[in-house]
Design a protein around this ligand. Structure first.
Ligand code: CP
Length: 313
């Protein structure tokens, strides 16, 4: 089996079978990460380009490492030091990169739909590494992988997403993915940070954080995206922590074996208490490792290597 598209633009476009294929392929990739020498020749001769118009630590580094562990060649284009500052368009920049031999272009952009536009322009595969407030598909895939690894399944789980739902591409991709995979998804946070008609995505909306967390198997905590905020959408940071932050008392409302996820970057003491972030129920560090495995799986699948090369070379 292979993916239906040359690109990975969003979770919304993926079938259940495709999501399972990506998650299943990430397991042998994770085995490679456990080795002392984390390098296999699987994508030797392929060229992978990261193109990030917005800041990133986890996503950019993990794509870069994923490509290197599979022996692909990588380059990173930074808008601030490229001809983008001279006014070159996204389309012309992408065509230029492709003309040099890029096989996969990974893009993060503040404008929703940018990766989709790019995918129509180039023959190379395009991976969406986050487009505005729209989607962050690889984050949702690594979140689903982490939950499935710990719980054995996604079907029937109760998952609460807590925080700034309005500005969160992570929330949207998680909602599309988890509901497709048969989980019950609840969203909660300040009313001013709750998108209108979010119920249409098949989630339950809770205005009370406490009610939302009652009996859940998973809590996915989101940061407040101050860089995308208008003033006055939420109380002060201190009030936000008091009213919506995940603390010991609120975590106790979930199942005793509930997992705590956070996509990062974290604001400790705001949306999550430090002792929860570092506590026994937290899988935040594992999410980061799984992010590399998921991105290795995607690079492998989008390279069309599944019929020719063994993953381990
Ligand atoms: N989760 C996430 O996208 O983190 P970065 O912004 O650091 O890539």
């Amino acid at each position: 089996m292979s993916l239906n598209s040359k690109d990975l633009l969003g979770i919304r476009e993926l079938t259940v079978e495709e999501i399972n294929l990506i998650l299943d392929t990430a397991t042998p990739m994770k085995d490679i990460l456990k080795r002392k020498i984390k390098k296999v020749p699987t994508l030797r001769g392929r060229t992978i380009v990261t193109f990030f118009y917005e800041p990133s630590t986890r996503t950019r580094s993990s794509f870069d490492l994923a490509a290197k562990y599979l022996s692909a060649d990588t380059i990173a284009i930074s808008p601030s030091t490229s001809s983008v500052v001279k006014g070159e368009s996204l389309k012309d920049t992408a065509l230029t990169i492709e003309a040099m031999g890029a096989n996969i272009i990974i893009i993060r952009h503040s404008a929703a739909g940018s990766p989709h536009l790019l995918a129509k322009t180039v023959r190379a595969s395009v991976i969406n590494a986050g487009d505005g407030t729209h989607e962050h598909p690889t984050q949702a895939l690594l979140d689903m992988y982490t939950i499935r690894e710990k719980k054995g399944t996604l079907k029937g789980l109760k998952v609460a997403i807590l925080g700034d739902i309005l500005h969160s591409r992570v929330a949207r991709s998680n909602i599309w993915g988890l509901t497709k995979m048969g989980a019950e998804v609840r969203v909660t946070g300040p009313a001013t940070l709750m998108p209108a008609e979010i119920e249409k995505l098949g989630v339950k909306v809770y205005m009370s954080v406490e009610e939302a967390l009652e009996g859940v198997d998973v809590i996915n905590v989101l940061r407040i995206q101050l860089e995308r905020q208008q003033q006055g959408l939420f109380p002060s940071i201190r009030e936000y922590a008091r009213l919506f932050g995940l603390n010991k008392q609120r975590l106790a409302l979930a199942r005793p074996d509930a997992l705590v996820l956070h996509p990062g970057p974290m604001n400790r003491g705001v949306e999550i208490a430090p002792e929860i972030a570092d506590g026994t129920q937290s899988v935040i560090v594992e999410q980061v490792t799984n992010g590399v495995a998921i991105r290795m799986a995607l690079l492998y699948l989008l390279s069309g290597e599944e019929d020719s090369n063994e993953i381990t070379g």
